[in-house]
Structures are given as structure tokens and as C-alpha cells.
Write a new protein. Structure first.
Ligand SMILES: [Zn+2]
Length: 411
């Protein structure tokens, strides 16, 4: 196709770095600078498999993981360094700075507050600490003259709180929670923890004004159905808190269906198995091909947004031997609203720029489609301001995008 983005690699990367980008799916705890993990671990006498950046990048943060469970196992080290407000603030600040440095103008940072509740911090203090770091980075950035004089769009952010599909003894809060429900099975315990999170998020949002922009469901998908968490998502829905759900990452299309019907998901994290009929296990679905066709249509028509995380999927799904086989190709073919996301900058060794470059280099992506994907990111964001402010901001970002790409071949 001659309208594909087509520049030499260096020039292209320069432009991609400069265009205003967004990241709607990035985990705070999966995106800590390795240097920071090491510094805090040393200060707090915490165990790490290595105390050098190279060592961590070999032993902990790998290029390929056996499965999602192994990928998620790295989080016990990151959570351990996030147990004091000053560390949460620093980590959140650094995440925003790293994003700003590669041209991300809008960021939705997500994390599970209940992983950080302990004897020193309640949920409000956890959220306040993360917000303090993000807010500091935002005000420093927006103080620049190019932002103040309107030449470039400002940097904004929202916070997404994550409920977990299943619980483990990952924090003192979860530990106490599990111990308090000796006679209940683990599905009931995780369901109640999610509900408590949703209630807390709404109360803290309304009390403090912190930009808590959405509720997410994260964690191991296999064996832990989304529908189990419907009360938490209903509570968020009633409180006008937008919703996103990790689904179709390690389980089939019916998991995506559950997310958008039972949990009212506005966006889907990953959605990788959206078109994989072989993954359907629900016996009620007889014509599997027809089911995925209809589901794809429904998602496209409703503009339910898929937060595509190419590198992360490649690392946790051994069945994707070549990135070209990723369902992203089919998603854009079917005009599904897709956005590029990093998932975990450190665990996946990636960045917003790298994800876009990976897409350009492996899919027949026209300049128009690339612009659309970036536009969707701004438009389908859970922007915490009011709608007319959001529209003005999106316009500003797109005008700047067109400015940066003006005259570049293929854009
Ligand atoms: Zn994720």
C-alpha cells in the first residue's frame, strides 16, 4: 500500500516521539524505573534477585515469559517497594516524567490501591500519595512557556483503580481480608474486596477531588470470571465512574462479552483473543464463528475500545510466534476502536513510542489509521475534566499532531 507510513526508521522514530501520544493502559507497579526498585530495596533491606539494572533485566524482567502467571509473579518485588507514601509519590512522579519525555500528553496510570494499604496508609493516603507525584509532574510540565503560550498541548492524567480477579497474600491488607473470611470460598472473598475498592474509590474521588477516572479488573483471567465482580462494577456504574476490564488476554471471547455486559466495560484491556473461536468454552455457544463475528460487530459499533498491548501479549502468549499474527491486524481491518498501550513499561521493557513503532513495522498501517488510533486514545479516555474541556483538549492535541506530521511522507 503506498499510503503506508513510510519514512526511514530514524526520521520516523523522531516524528513518532514528537507526536502527542496517550497511554490508557499502564500499570504503575509494572513501570517502576529499575534504578528506583534497587534504591528503595536497599534502603528498606528488601530481597531482590539482583541489585544491578542489568541483573534485574536478566533475572526478573525478561524478554519472554512462560505465561501470564509468570509475568505477574514479578509484581511481588515491585509492590514491596511501594509501601510508603514517599515511595508511591516518587514512583508516580517518575512514571509521568518518563512519559512526558517521550511525548505522551495524556496518561491513565492504573494500580490496585489495596496492594499498598498497610499499618501506615489507608486507601485515601495511598491514592493521595500517587496523585501527589502525578500532579507535581503535571504542573512542572504545564509551566513550560510552550504550554502556557498555547503552542503545545498540556499534559493531563487520570488514575484508574484496579480490582483483582483473585486474591493472594500480596499485601497486609489482602492478607487480613482473606483471613477474615475463613469460611468463604475465594470467589466470594475477591468479590467483596472489589466491592470495597469501588465504594472507596467513589468516596475518595468525591471527597478529595483526586482525578480517580476509572475502575479496572486485573489479575489472572483463567478460572476467575469477570461476572464474579459485577457488584463492584455496578457500584462504579451508579457512581458514574468509567470502567475498563482486562479480558481476552488469557481467556476466550466470552470473557470479553462478560466484561461489556455484566461489568459495563467502556474499554477492554488487551482483547487479544477476540477473534479466537477455538478459545470459546461456553457450551451454550453452538455456532462459534458466528458468535465471534457478532461480538466483533457489536464492539466496533458500540465503539468499545480495545487497549492493545502488543509487546506484553507477545511476552505472555507463547502461541504468538510472530507479532504479525497478533489480532490487532484484524481489529483495524474491522474498524474496531483500538489504542496503543504499554501495559508495563518495565516488565515489558517498552514505551509508548516503541509500541507504535512495533505496530508500524509489522502491520499495514496507513498514516490515517495511525492518526485514528491516537485520536481514539484521546477521545475514549476517561478524561477527568468536563466534556467541553475534553473536546477542546482533544482538538488541541490533534492540531499539534497535524502540525508535527505536516509534510512527512505517509502521514
Ligand atoms: Zn494490564
Amino acid at each position: 500500500m503506498n499510503n503506508e507510513v513510510n519514512l526511514n526508521k530514524k526520521d520516523l522514530e523522531k516524528i513518532i516521539k514528537k507526536i502527542p501520544k496517550n497511554d490508557l493502559h499502564v500499570h504503575l507497579d509494572g513501570s517502576i524505573r529499575p534504578e528506583t526498585i534497587i534504591d528503595i530495596a536497599k534502603k528498606e533491606n528488601l530481597d531482590l534477585p539482583s541489585y544491578t539494572v542489568e541483573g534485574l533485566n536478566e533475572t526478573l524482567f525478561k524478554n519472554q515469559y512462560r505465561n501470564l502467571e509468570e509475568y505477574l509473579s514479578t509484581f511481588k518485588y515491585s509492590c514491596a517497594v511501594m509501601q510508603k507514601p514517599e515511595y508511591l509519590e516518587q514512583i508516580a512522579y517518575e512514571l509521568a516524567i518518563d512519559n512526558q519525555n517521550e511525548g505522551v500528553r495524556y496518561l491513565e496510570a492504573r494500580f490496585a490501591p489495596q496492594l499498598h494499604i498497610n499499618d501506615y496508609m489507608n486507601m485515601e493516603m495511598v491514592l493521595m500519595a500517587v496523585n501527589k507525584g502525578l500532579e507535581k509532574a503535571q504542573s512542572e510540565f504545564n509551566n513550560r512557556s510552550v504550554i502556557k503560550n498555547g503552542e503545545e498541548p498540556p499534559f493531563y492524567y487520570g488514575i484508574i483503580v484496579c480490582a483483582m480477579r483473585n486474591l493472594g497474600h500480596w499485601s497486609s491488607y489482602y492478607d487480613n481480608f482473606i483471613k477474615s473470611f475463613t469460611f468463604s470460598d475465594d470467589h466470594i472473598v475477591s468479590r467483596l474486596a472489589s466491592l470495597e475498592l469501588a465504594k472507596g474509590a467513589l468516596k475518595i474521588r468525591d471527597k478529595t477531588g483526586i482525578p480517580i477516572a476509572g475502575l479496572d479488573l486485573a489479575g489472572a483471567e483463567m478460572g476467575y470470571p469477570a461476572a464474579n465482580h459485577w457488584e463492584a462494577f455496578q457500584c462504579a456504574h451508579e457512581g458514574f465512574l468509567p470502567k475498563t476490564v482486562h479480558a481476552g488476554e488469557a481467556y476466550g471471547p466470552e470473557s470479553i462479552f462478560q466484561a461489556i455486559t455484566d461489568l459495563h466495560a467502556d474499554r477492554i484491556g488487551h482483547g487479544y483473543f477476540l477473534f479466537d473461536a477455538s478459545k470459546i468454552r461456553d457450551k451454550k455457544i453452538v455456532d462459534k464463528e458466528k458468535y465471534i463475528e457478532k461480538l466483533g460487530q457489536f464492539i466496533a459499533d458500540r465503539r468499545i475500545t480495545i487497549e492493545v498491548c502488543l509487546t506484553s501479549n507477545l511476552q505472555t502468549n507463547q502461541s504468538i510466534d510472530d507479532i504479525k499474527n497478533h489480532s490487532f491486524g484484524k481489529m483495524i481491518q474491522k474498524n474496531i476502536c483500538t489504542v496503543f498501550c504499554t501495559d508495563n513499561r518495565t516488565v515489558s521493557k517498552t514505551s509508548a513510542t516503541k509500541e507504535i513503532m512495533l505496530a508500524i513495522n509489522n502491520f499495514p498501517l496507513s498514516g490515517k489509521t495511525l492518526r485514528n488510533c491516537i485520536t481514539y486514545g484521546f477521545k475514549r479516555s476517561f478524561f477527568p475534566g468536563d466534556y467541553s474541556e475534553k473536546r477542546k483538549y482533544v482538538r488541541k492535541c490533534l492540531d499539534y499532531y497535524d502540525n508535527v506530521t505536516e509534510g512527512a511522507t505517509g502521514f
